[in-house]
Design a protein around this ligand. Structure first.
Ligand SMILES: C[S@@+](CC[C@H](N)C(=O)[O-])C[C@H]1O[C@@H](n2cnc3c(N)ncnc32)[C@H](O)[C@@H]1O
Length: 217
């Protein structure tokens, strides 16, 4: 199954640096990929979230690359890793432990392949569902673009708030999705704002910038 996925991944994605972290080469489906303009039924993938580099994930990875102290010697869990950029950035900036996590096994595989592409070996992967668990192994949690749904957003935010009470650092990347309500933003400190590339703007209609937040204790 994974061998077949790897072959399809290589066939249908292209290597791109046209995003906020050009230090990282990532295999993605972009407007240069034939699949981009094909009817959905021609796609061999079901909901390939991992094939896109979401604005929220771009913000978290950019922040880490510019602020290595955010992850240096820390135990980092990238939840909903998608293409893996947040985890790859953390590994590059010498986190002690990096686990790239996604409940989609293909996202985890895409992450492994993107890590290889960037010659990064110190990343572990997991398909566990960590949300709602104690995450005792970790002191830093990365969340890239996971507030796209109100109900899930509430569940996720409540759990992340609980995690801050256990002294974990929570970094959230988000371009302004409705799940990150004003009430929730008031419980966070804004760390950085980035302007999206034209390519990412085209892929994410209506968004021109993206932000990184730290959840307050
Ligand atoms: C919008 S994508 C963001 C991907 C990546 N963080 C980025 O910003 O490019 C959300 C990802 O979260 C994953 N996901 C959803 N629920 C999850 C859960 N409970 N645990 C881990 N990953 C989850 C999805 O499979 C998907 O890959």
């Amino acid at each position: 199954m994974l061998n077949e996925f790897r072959a399809l991944f290589m066939k249908h994605t292209v290597v791109t640096r046209n995003h906020l972290t050009p230090e990282l080469a990532l295999r993605l489906i972009t407007s240069a990929s034939p699949l981009w303009s094909s009817p959905a039924e021609n796609s061999p993938f079901v909901d390939p979230y991992w094939a896109f580099y979401w604005p929220g994930g771009q913000a978290v990875a950019r922040y880490i690359l510019d602020n290595a102290e955010a992850v240096l010697h820390r135990n980092v869990l990238d939840i909903g890793c998608g293409c893996g950029a947040g985890a790859i950035a953390a590994a590059l900036k010498e986190a002690k432990l990096v686990v790239a996590n996604d409940i989609d096994i293909y996202a985890v595989e895409a992450t492994r392949m993107n890590a290889d592409l960037n010659k990064i070996v110190n990343i572990q992967t997991s398909t566990n569902n960590y949300i709602g668990t104690k995450c005792e192994q970790f002191d830093t949690i990365l969340i890239g673009d996971m507030f796209y749904d109100e109900e899930f957003g509430q569940y996720l935010f409540n759990w992340l708030s609980e995690m801050t009470r256990h002294r974990k650092t929570i970094l959230i990347g988000d371009p302004g999705r409705h799940g990150l309500t004003d009430a929730r933003r008031r419980q966070m400190a804004l760390l950085a704002t980035y302007q999206l590339t034209n390519e990412t703007r085209r892929e994410n209609h209506g968004f021109s910038q993206t932000t990184v937040w730290r959840l307050k204790e």
